[in-house]
Design a protein around this ligand. Sequence first.
Ligand code: NAD
Length: 457
Amino acid sequence: MNAIDIHNPATGERITSIEADDAATVAAKAQRARLAQPAWAALPLAERQACVRRFAAGVQAELDDLAVIMTRETGKPIRMARNELNGLMGRIEFFLGAVAAATATETVHADGGMTEQIEHVPLGVVANISAWNYPWFVGGNVFVPALLTGNAVLYKPSEYATLTGLAIERLMHAAGVPRDVFTAVVGGGQTGQALLEQPIDGLFFTGSHATGARIAQALGPRMVKLQLELGGKDPTYVCEDADPRAAAESLADGAMYNTGQGCCSVERIYVHERIHDAFVAAFVETVRGFRMGDPMDEGTYIGAITRAPQLAVLEGQVADALARGATLQCGGHRRPGPGNGFEPTVLTEVNHSMEIMREESFGPVVGIQKVSGDSEAVALMNDTRYGLTAGVYTPDEARARAVLSQVHAGTTYWNCCDRVSPRLPWSGCRDSGVGLTLSTHGIQTFTRPRAWHLRQP
Ligand code: NAD
C-alpha cells in the first residue's frame, strides 16, 4: 500500500494521510464483491430499499459533520456543501420511489400460447470512478440505483474527496449494506487503472474528457458496459426581449456557484447586442457582490479551487483572452494568501479564437460575447466539442424551443441554468460523454434486459 495526503485546498494544510489501495488490494476487493453480489441481488427489492432508506437517514443524522468533511477536503463553501447533502435526499427519494416500476418485468406481447417479456437483471459488479466537485451527487447518481437494482459496487472516490468517500462507505455498512457489496477503493489514477483491470460488468465514470477517453480505450476490447459523464463548455444565449438584470443575476449564479466547478456551470454567455451593455453591467455588479473567502464561513460564496494545477489553467485562459483583445471586467487573478483562491472573473469582447470560449474553465471565470441574433447564437453555441447543457433566456417559449432544438446538448434550459433534476435524464453528447444517469432510464442503466420467449405447451 502507499499513502495519499489529503490537503485542505483553502489553506494548503495537510489534513491527514490515508493508505491507498494497490493492485493487490483492488483485486481482492473485486473478488469479494463478485462473491457477495448474487445474495444481494436475490434479496427482495424491499430489503435493498430499506438499506438505502437507512443510509439516507444516516446521512441526514450526520449532515452537518459530513458537510464539514466535504468543505475541508474540497474547498466547497459550507452552505453549498449542506445544499448538496440536502439535495441528495431528494434524489434518493426519487430512486426509492421509482425503482420498482422501472425494473418490473414487462410483458410486451401475449398472443395465443406465446408470451414475450423483458426482465431487468442486474449487471453484476460495477465500478464507479467518481469526481470531487459534487461527490455526493455524482457518486449517488450511480451507487444508489446500482445498489437498488442488485449490483455490487466498487466505488472509487476522487483522491480529492477521499474522506467523503470513506464516510459514504461507513454509512452504507451501518445501514446494513453488506461489506463486500459496497466497497470504497481508495487512491488516485493508478488505483483507478487497477480497478479497470478487474473482471467488472460495468464502469460508470464521472470526470474529465481526457481520463474518460483513456478509460474507453482501456475497456474497449473487453465489451464492458461503459458510461462516461464528462466535461462541458455550457453556453447560454440571452435574447433582446429578456430582462437583462434578471438574466444576469441568474446566470452569474449559474457561472460562479460552487466556485464555477460544476460540469453544468455556465461557461459561455452570448448576449443580443441590443441588451449587451445592460446585461454586462448587471452581471458584473452581481459578481462583485459574491464574497470570496474561507469556505467554512457561512457568508462565503466563492470558495477554493480544489485542484491547485487548475489555477494555472485559469490564469492561462485569462492571459490568452487578454492577448487576443478581450476586456477584463473584474477579477482575473489568484487570490493572495495561502490556499487555491481565484477571483471571480468576467471577460467581455471575447470570441472563439480564445481558449476561454473553447476549453472547459472549471473555475469562476466566464466570457460574455455579443451576438446579432438567433442564428449567430446557435452557430456559436454549437461551435464546441462538448454537448452537456445549453440555455436560452427570453419570455418567448416558442423561440427558446426553436433555438434549443438546434443546439447539441443533453440538457436544455429555458430561463434557468445549472440545474439537475432526478426525474430527468442527465446525459451529454459529443465529448461530454456517453450513457446517462438519473430518471427511470438512469435506474435501468444498471440492469441489462433479458428477453423471454415463452410458449405454453
Ligand atoms: P479526473 O478525470 O481528473 O478524475 C476523475 C476520476 O478518475 C478520479 O477518481 C481519478 O482518480 C480517476 N482517474 C484518473 N486517471 C485515471 C485512470 N487513468 N484510470 C482510471 N481512473 C482514473 O476528473 P476530476 O478532476 O475529478 O473531475 C472534473 C471533471 O469532471 C470536469 O471535466 C467536469 O466537467 C467533469 N464532471 C462531469 C460531470 C457530468 O455529469 N458530466 C459531473 C461532474 C464532473
